[in-house]
Design a protein around this ligand. Sequence first.
Ligand SMILES: Nc1ncnc2c1ncn2[C@@H]1O[C@H](COP(=O)(O)OP(=O)(O)O)[C@@H](O)[C@H]1O
Ligand SMILES: [Mg+2]
Length: 581
Amino acid sequence: MAKKAEKAASNKTELKEDNDKINILTAEALAKEFKEHSVAEFFKKNMQMLGLYGKIRMLTTIVHEYVTNSLDACEEAGILPEIEVKIDELGPEYYLVTVKDNGPGLTKETIGKALGQLLAGTKFHRIIQMRGQQGIGASGCTMLSQMTTGKAIKVISGTGKGKAFACELAIDPKKNEPKIYNFKEVERDFRGLMVQARFKGVLYKESATGPLEYLRRTAIANPHAKIIFRSPKGEKIIFNRSTTYLPKIPKPMKPHPAGATVDDIITMAQATKAQKVSSFLKSEFDRMGDTAIENLQKLVNFDLNKDPKKLTWQEAETIINAFKQIKFIAPSTEGLIPIGEERIKKSLETIVQPEHVCTLTRPPKVYAGGYPFQVEIGIAYGGKAGILTQETEETQKSNANNAAAIDEQNQGAKVEIMRFANRAPLLFDAGNCAITKTVHDIDWKRYGVKDLENVPLTIFVNFISVHVPYTGAGKQAVADEDEIVEELRLAIMMCARKTSRYISAKRALIERKMKRDIFYRYIPEIADALSKITKKQKEHLINKLEWLVANKLKIDEKEEAKAVKKVDDEEGEDDEEAEEV
Ligand SMILES: Nc1ncnc2c1ncn2[C@@H]1O[C@H](COP(=O)(O)OP(=O)(O)O)[C@@H](O)[C@H]1O
Ligand SMILES: [Mg+2]
C-alpha cells in the first residue's frame, strides 16, 4: 500500500515537472510561431465551408456559384438572362468548366476583386434579395481551381459594343489579393462575362445532385432565363424560357429595427452622414418614423439629438432594449420578388410535364421579428411528375384505366421535393432543411395521398427573403425558425388540398369508365335474354341498350369533365377557407 502511494506521489511530481516543461516550451514556441494569416489562407484550409467538398458536390457547387452570379448580374442590370454552361472532361476526375452569360460583365478595375479576392463583392453590404451574399462564391472557385490544378482561370468580359477584354486570374492566398496575367483588350462584340476554370478531384454524374439536375431546377425556378448545357458526353440540352417577363429589379432594403443588434447600431452610427441620432435612425432603418422616435425618446435616458458618432455602447444597448418595447409596423416587403403562380405553373408544365399542376404564392410574412419572407408552392401530379423509375412508364400505361391503382398510388414514381432559396435550387443537406421536414410532417392521407414516398408528385417550394437563414456556410438548407415552419406548413397544405380535389375527381372519372366497360360487356347477354322474352330482334335490342348506356354515360362524362374543370377553375378561390385548416 505504502509503496503504491509513494509511486503515485512520484508520478505526480514527474507529471508536474513535465507540465512545467511543456508550458515553458509552448509559451516560447508560441511567441515564435505567432503569425497572421489571410482570409484566403483560412478558406484554403476550410474549403468545406464553401460547400466545396465531395467529388460530385464540388462540381455542382462550382456550376451553382457561376450560374447564380450570372442570374444575379443579369437581373440587376434588367437583362433577360441567357447562360451557357459547358463541362469538358479533360481526364479522370479532371474537368474544364465554362460559364458564359449575357449580363453587364465586369470592368478592368473590378474583375480582380470580384473573382480573385475572397469576401469581396457587391452584395454583402446591401440587404437585397439575391442568390449570392458573402462574396466567396466565384473567388472560392478560383481558389479551388488553382489548388487542384495549379492553373489560373480565364476570363472574358465585354459590354457588347466592340470592346472587350480577356485575362487570366489567380489569387495570392497570402495577401488575399488577385493576380492578373496576360491582360488583353479585344475588339469583339462580346457582351457579358465568360469564366473558364479547370478542376481536379471532381466528378460529373447525372444524378439527383449533379449539375444537369441543378440546371433543370434552375430553369424551373427562373422561367425568364434561357439555359444551355453541354455535358461532358457532348450532349446539348436547352432549357428555353417560358416567359419573357423580366422579374422586378431587386431593391436594397433598410434593416428593420426589430432585427437590429447593438453592434449594428454602433457600426452604422460611425458610418452615417446624419448629425443627430434621431435622424440617423430615421434614415437608416425601415419603419422608423416620427412617432417611433417620440416613443423611443421616452424610453431612453439620453437626448436623441446627440451626435451619432458619440453614441456609446451602453446607449446603443438602451436603444436596442427600447426597440423591443415599441410596436413597429412589420417590415416593408417590397424588396421581395416572387416568381408568381402563373409562371411557376407554366414552368412546371413545360419542364416537368405532369398531368396536373397547382401553384400558390403566399403573401409575405416576417420571421425573427425583422426579416420579411415569402413562400411559393407548386404541386405537380401524374404524367412525368415525381422521380421516375424504370418501370414507371409501363405501370402508368397498364394502370391508366384502373381506379384501384390510383388508390394505391402505385404508378411506379416516387415523390420529388424541389427546394429553392431565392430561386436557387438547394440540392444538398435535405435532411437538415425546414422545407423537407415540413413536407414530411404533413398528414398527406388527408389529401388522398396514402404513401408520400410512393406517389407521382413533384413538390416545388421556393423560399424568398432578403436574408435567408441558412443552416450553414454551404447554403443548402433553410433553418427551422418557428414562423417559417408554420408558414411553409400552411402553404403546402393549401396547395395539397387543391391537388387532392383533382385526384378524387380523376378517380371518379375512371370509376365511371370502368362501369361503362362492364355495361357493354353484358349488353349482348341481356339482349339475348330479352329477345327470348319479348320475341323482339336481338340486334335491335343491342342497339337500343347501347344507346341507353351511351346516353347515360354521355351525361356522366360531361358532368365529370365539368367537375374536373371546376377543380381547376376553383383553385385559388378557397384559400381563406383552407387557412382555417
Ligand atoms: N457573371 C457576373 N457578372 C457580373 N458580375 C459578377 C459576375 N460574377 C460575379 N460578379 C461580381 O463578383 C462579385 C463576387 O462574386 P461572388 O464571389 O460569387 O460573391 P457573391 O455572389 O456572394 O457576391 C459579385 O458580388 C458581383 O459583383
Ligand atoms: Mg456568388
